[in-house]
Design a protein around this ligand. Structure first.
Ligand code: SAJ
Length: 411
C-alpha cells in the first residue's frame, strides 16, 4: 500500500475482526465507529462481543498499536463494514449506512484513494447508490477515488479461523486496483483470492447466502412434510445423505442471523418475477417459529400440560454458541405468541446476560426447576453437556440434539 494507515469503518461483527486481523499482521490500522461507547470499550482494552480466538487477536493487534476512534481518518485506504438491513415491506436493500459512510470518507480522503466495501449489498448497489456520489466528488475535488467490493464470508462462531483460511472474492474496476487490494488481504488471508469485477463480487456474495437459505428452506419443508406424514425427518435426511450426491441440511426452528435470513430478500425485492424458489424458501424459513408454536400447543394437549407458565424456551441467540440475537427464531416466536395474545413463555440463554425479553432467566437450574416442558431452540454446548438435567421433563427438541431420552418430541 502506498500509504500507511488503513481506516476500517464500522467495528461490528465483521469490521472489528477484520481490523484486528490486519493490525495483528503488521498493517497500520485505525478502526472507526460512530458509537462512542463501543470505541471507549475497545480503547479500554475490552472486546465488544464474544468469539473464539477474538481476545488473542485483540491482544496481538493492541501490541501492534491498533487505534480506535469515532473520527474518520485522513488516509487513502478505507474498508467499510457497516450494516445493510433490508426494508421489510419492499424487501430491498437499505444502503443508507454504506452511503453515509462513503460520504464521510469522501469528505476526508486523500487523492488516489481506494474505498473497499465489505458490507453485503445487493447486486448493482455500488453502481446505483455509491458510484454516483463518488463521481460527483471526483468532479468537485479532482480527487481520484477507486471503488472495490470485497464481501466478507466468515461464519459467526468460527470467525477468526475463517478470516485466515477462507477463499475470498475481490471486485474492482481495474486489475491493478484489484491486485493492490488483494495484496492487502494477503497480509493475513491464506485462502485463494479471486479478483473479478464489482457486480460479480456483489452477486456471488448474495448467491452464497441464498444457496444456504434455499437448502435450509428445503430441509424445513421436509420437516413439515414428515410431521404431516408422521415420519422421522432426521432418519430420512440421514439416509438420503448417504447418497454420494445428496447433502440435505438440518431443519430447525427458523433462520436467524444477519445474513441468511436477510440477503436473499435483496434478490426477491429487486427481481420478484425471477426468484420464485428463493421467495418460497424464505417464506418457509420465516414460517418455522409459528410451526414450533403449533408444535408446543399440540404437545401440551397430548401430554396434559395446561399451564403455559410451566413451559420454557431454551436459547435466545440465532444459533449455537454465539451471543448474537439478530433475527433470532426465539425472538420471532415470542413476537408471534404475543401477537396471538398468548402469555409470554419463560426463556433462558447462557450467552445473554442482560434482560432482553420478559420472564428471562439467568440461571439454568432455576429455569429448569420452574418448568415441566422445555423447548430446545438453540443447541448450545452448555445444554449438550447437561442433558441429564432434563430428566423427567417433556422436551421439544427442534435441533435434534437429544437422543435416547424419555418424553422427547421433535419438529
Ligand atoms: N440453520 C439451519 N439449518 C442448518 C444450518 C443453519 O436451520 O442446517 C440456521 C441456523 O440455526 C441459523 C441460520 O440458519 O439460525 C444461519 O446460520 P448459519 O450458521 O448457516 O450461517 P450464518 O448466518 O451464521 O453465516 C452465514 C455464512 N454463509 C454461508 O454459509 C453461505 C457465512 O459464511 C457468511 O459470512 C455469513 O452468513 C454472512 O455474513 O453473510
Amino acid at each position: 500500500m502506498k500509504n500507511n494507515v488503513v481506516n476500517v469503518i464500522g467495528l461490528g461483527y465483521i469490521g472489528l475482526p477484520t481490523a484486528l486481523m490486519l493490525a495483528a499482521n503488521g498493517v497500520k490500522v485505525v478502526g472507526t465507529d460512530y458509537n462512542r461507547r463501543l470505541v471507549e470499550t475497545l480503547k479500554n482494552g475490552k472486546t465488544t462481543f464474544k468469539e473464539k480466538g477474538l481476545e488473542e487477536l485483540f491482544n496481538a493487534a493492541i501490541k501492534n498499536d491498533i487505534k480506535f476512534a469515532t473520527e474518520y481518518q485522513i488516509t487513502n485506504t478505507y474498508i467499510v463494514s457497516v450494516p445493510t438491513p433490508y426494508d421489510r415491506l419492499s424487501k430491498k436493500v437499505d444502503a443508507s449506512y454504506v452511503v453515509n459512510a462513503v460520504n464521510k470518507v469522501l469528505d476526508v480522503c486523500q487523492n488516489d484513494t481506494v474505498i473497499v466495501i465489505e458490507s453485503t449489498i445487493s447486486p448493482g448497489t455500488i453502481d446505483k447508490y455509491i458510484r454516483p456520489i463518488v463521481k460527483d466528488k471526483e468532479v468537485i475535488t479532482g480527487k481520484k477515488i477507486n471503488l472495490v467490493h470485497a464481501p466478507e464470508r466468515i461464519i459467526p462462531g468460527n470467525m477468526v479461523y475463517e478470516l485466515l483460511h477462507n477463499n475470498r472474492t475481490i471486485g474492482a474496476d481495474t486489475d491493478s486496483i484489484g491486485e493492490e487490494i488483494k495484496k492487502l488481504y494477503t497480509t493475513f488471508c491464506q485462502g485463494n483470492i479471486i479478483v473479478t469485477n464489482i457486480r460479480t463480487a456483489e452477486m456471488t456474495k448474495v448467491i452464497e447466502n441464498t444457496f444456504r437459505a434455499v437448502n435450509i428452506g428445503f430441509a424445513n419443508e421436509l420437516a413439515k412434510l414428515c410431521r404431516y406424514m408422521n415420519m422421522d425427518v432426521y432418519e430420512i435426511i440421514k439416509i438420503c445423505n448417504m447418497h454420494p450426491r445428496v447433502n440435505i441440511l438440518q431443519p430447525g426452528p427458523g433462520v436467524g442471523g444477519h445474513c441468511i435470513s436477510v440477503d436473499p430478500w435483496f434478490l426477491v425485492g429487486d427481481y420478484p418475477a425471477l426468484t420464485k424458489i428463493i421467495d418460497a424458501a424464505m417464506k418457509i424459513n420465516d414460517s418455522m417459529p409459528d410451526f414450533v408454536l403449533n408444535r408446543i400447543y399440540e404437545i401440551m394437549r397430548k401430554t396434559g400440560i395446561s399451564d403455559i407458565s410451566r413451559v420454557g424456551l431454551y436459547g435466545l441467540t440465532y444459533k449455537e454458541d454465539v451471543d448474537d440475537t439478530r433475527e433470532s427464531p426465539t425472538l420471532q416466536l415470542l413476537k408471534s405468541q404475543k401477537r396471538h395474545l398468548g402469555n409470554v413463555l419463560k426463556v433462558y440463554d447462557p450467552f445473554i446476560k442482560e434482560d432482553i425479553v420478559e420472564q428471562q432467566y439467568h440461571n439454568f437450574d432455576e429455569f429448569i426447576n420452574d418448568i415441566d416442558f422445555i423447548v430446545i431452540l438453540v443447541g448450545h454446548d452448555e445444554l449438550k453437556i447437561h442433558l441429564d438435567k432434563l430428566k423427567g421433563k417433556i422436551i421439544l427438541d427442534t435441533k435434534s440434539i437429544c437422543k435416547n431420552i424419555e418424553n422427547i418430541y421433535y419438529l
